[in-house]
Structures are given as structure tokens and as C-alpha cells.
Design a protein around this ligand. Structure first.
Ligand code: ADP
Length: 155
């Protein structure tokens, strides 16, 4: 079984993430969307809130499993027997960052291949960072996040 782990903060999940997961479902038998917990990072939303949004977004997709983990991504991949890591590339700065991480993970991981999908043009400007800024400024994020999230935020 081809299992891919899509690790991230998903603070919050955006339409860019969703597009990536949906496209990855054509390549893998199972895609685990895994929220990585980094104790050094300050998040806008709690882990519970982020997981609950992810579960809602992917509830009708039976190839997708939502989970969370602490520590190294490579250790989590080993635990769930995944040999593929899924990451998205929006631009050259994503590439520079991801290239290093991917090379490190190849060395410290156990037979782990990172698979990159290039963002669709319609989504390449979307980042969770930008979405958080708009939310903090009380702006409208409905173009960037799934309806379940924008509806909840607009309440
Ligand atoms: P991290 O904290 O690891 O940066 P993110 O939740 O911001 O986590 O992103 C997780 C992954 O999703 C990364 O590989 C990132 O490149 C990808 N990604 C984020 N936004 C988009 C987008 N709009 N289109 C495609 N991929 C994206």
C-alpha cells in the first residue's frame, strides 16, 4: 500500500492544501494529513481546532486520514509505515527550503521519498501566514479557505 504523509501546521488549512491532497489521492492509496506539533512555534488556532477543520474538510474522502504528531516527521512516517512525504511547491523560496529538508529526510529517514506537487496557479498565492494576517485584520478570507471555516469565522 502506498502511504503518503502530508505534514504541516495547517494553521488554518487553505484551498491550496486541499488541492494538493486531492491531487495526491490519485497517486497514493492513503494520504495522512498530519499536523506536526512544534513546541517552539506560536499557533493562531489550537491543535483541536485545526484537527476538527481538517476532519470536516476530508470527511467524505476515504483515502484521507487526519492525524497529529510530535517530534521528527521521519519518525512519524516510520511509525505509520509511510514511505512517501507529500509537500507543495508554490515558488522558488518554497523550493529552496523544501530541497534542504527533503535531502535531510532522505538521509535520516527510512526509505523515505519526498514527492512534490507544484501548486496550481489559482492557489500559488495562498499561504496560511497570509490567511492569518487577514483574519487578524478582520478581513474576508472566503477566497482562501474552505466554506466550513469562513462560515465559522464570519459568525
Ligand atoms: P509548514 O508549517 O510545514 O510550512 P503549512 O501548513 O504552511 O506547514 O504547509 C504545509 C505544506 O503545504 C507545505 O509543503 C507547503 O508548501 C504546502 N502549501 C501551503 N500552501 C500551499 C498552496 N497554496 N499551494 C500548494 N501547496 C501549499
Amino acid at each position: 500500500m502506498r502511504i503518503a504523509v502530508f505534514p504541516g501546521s495547517f494553521d488554518p488549512i487553505t484551498k491550496g492544501h486541499i488541492d494538493l491532497v486531492e491531487r495526491a489521492c490519485a497517486l497514493f492509496d492513503k494520504v495522512i494529513v498530519a499536523v506536526g506539533i512544534n513546541s517552539q512555534k506560536k499557533y493562531l488556532y489550537t491543535l483541536e481546532q485545526r484537527l476538527s477543520w481538517l476532519q470536516k474538510v476530508f470527511e467524505s474522502n476515504d483515502k484521507v486520514v487526519v492525524d497529529h504528531f510530535e517530534g521528527l516527521t521521519v519518525n512519524y512516517c516510520k511509525k505509520v509505515d509511510a514511505h512517501f512525504l507529500l509537500r507543495g511547491l508554490r515558488n522558488a523560496s518554497d523550493f529552496d527550503y523544501e530541497k534542504t529538508i527533503s535531502q535531510l529526510n532522505t538521509i535520516i529517514g527510512d526509505d523515505l521519498e519526498t514527492v512534490f506537487l507544484i501548486s496550481q496557479p489559482a492557489y500559488s498565492h495562498i499561504s496560511s501566514t497570509i490567511v492569518r494576517e487577514i483574519i487578524k485584520g478582520k478581513g474576508d478570507v472566503s477566497a482562501f479557505v474552505p466554506e466550513s471555516i469562513s462560515n465559522q469565522l464570519n459568525k
